[in-house]
Design a protein around this ligand. Structure first.
Ligand code: AP5
Length: 223
């Protein structure tokens, strides 16, 4: 997909619960921009019982990060052949960001922007512990902030579940992992001129409006 003739290549950065997946899905629906979520890819591997999934499961359940070499290998396969993409949850460490830079140079596909979403810790915890997820599509709802028409059921296709890593105990570990291993990416990308800060505390539609402004599609230009 393109916005005014430009390929859309974005990284969505921010702590768990900041709204990366929600906005990536909206960009996908509105522009056909391919959402590539490392979390969704890993959950599929876990559900399918692949070697990669078996390796990743323990890290995910404990709120830690899956090792960089596993993630980078998975993303190299996924990015080849894609011209436009919205990266949701990758990169998450400085070595992953360096590997992504090298991949995109090889592919001749530079990033357009890195959107940083943020919200305070209390809000992040409230969002994650109230989140309901469609395990088939990765679509998310929230019991209070974004409820489905019928509680526990996706508006489009079948039952919703609560993710096993959305318990308070694991959420707190995920937030600590973010602070220690992913937050340094803010400085990494600030130096590239690609970083755009978005206030993730706003209601979903207002966040979307800021995202569209940041990618130059504030007028809702068609894909
Ligand atoms: P992943 O699935 O990527 O989880 P995450 O980064 O922790 O992000 P989340 O999906 O929890 O949050 P989000 O920002 O997408 O929020 P959402 O839009 O859903 O990763 C899971 C695990 O996989 C990791 O812990 C790690 O182990 C592993 N992993 C993944 N990638 C990896 C990598 N690159 N390297 C190593 N390991 C990796 O919103 C949250 C809730 O809030 C929803 O209910 C939503 O409806 C609601 N909401 C959203 N926006 C708003 C708003 N503006 N106002 C009110 N409510 C809102």
């Amino acid at each position: 997909m393109t916005v005014h003739g430009r390929a859309l290549r974005l990284v969505l950065l921010g702590p768990p619960g900041a709204g990366k997946g929600t906005q990536a899905k909206i960009l996908e629906e509105r522009f056909g921009a391919l959402q590539i979520s490392t979390g969704d890819l890993l959950r599929k591997h876990v559900a399918d019982g692949t070697q990669l999934g078996l390796k990743a499961k323990g890290y995910m359940e404990s709120g830690g990060l899956v090792p960089d070499d596993v993630i980078v290998g998975m993303m190299e396969d996924r990015l080849a052949g894609e011209n436009s993409f919205v990266l949701d949850g990758f990169p998450r460490t400085v070595p992953q960001a360096e590997a992504l830079d090298a991949m995109l140079v090889r592919l001749g596909k530079p990033l357009g922007a890195v959107l940083l979403f943020d919200a305070d810790r209390e809000t992040l915890i409230r969002r994650l512990t109230g989140r309901w997820t469609n395990p088939r599509s990765g679509a998310t709802y929230h019991a209070v902030f974004n409820p489905p028409k019928v509680a526990g059921v996706d508006d489009v296709d079948g039952p919703l579940v609560q993710r096993p890593d959305d318990t308070l105990e694991v959420v707190e570990k995920r937030l600590a992992t973010y602070d220690a291993q992913t937050a340094p990416l803010i400085e990494y990308y600030a130096g590239t001129g690609l970083l755009v800060r978005i206030d993730g505390l706003q209601p979903i539609e207002r966040v979307t409006a800021d995202v569209l402004r940041a990618v130059g599609a504030a007028d809702g230009a068609p894909a």
